[in-house]
Design a protein around this ligand. Sequence first.
Ligand SMILES: [Zn+2]
Length: 103
Amino acid sequence: MRVGICHCANCRRESGSAFTWYGVWPAARFESSGTTVQYRGQHACSACASPVYSLDAHEAEIKLGTLVEAPSGLVPTYELWVRRREPWLPPVPGAEQFEEDRY
Ligand SMILES: [Zn+2]
C-alpha cells in the first residue's frame, strides 16, 4: 500500500538508528511463519530481537530492513516526524514530508 520512513523518537529507539523504513500491506494479505515475541504491539525475532512487523485489523507494517533481498526496490513516498530528522540526513527526493504523523 505504501512505503515510508519515520524519524520519531520511538522508531529511533526501537531501531537503534536515525529512522525506521517500513512498508504497509493490507492485513488480509499478510502471513508469517516462525516465532516472534511481542512487545508494545511489535513482533520481534525471537532469536535476535530485531523488530520485524506490527499488525492490526487493517494493516501489517513490515520493517523493510529485515527483508532478505537487498536492495529491495521499495522507495519511500513519505517521511514522518521530519522535525526529528538528523540535520546531516537529506530528505528522500520526491517523498512527501510531514512534520509529525500523517493524520
Ligand atoms: Zn515512528
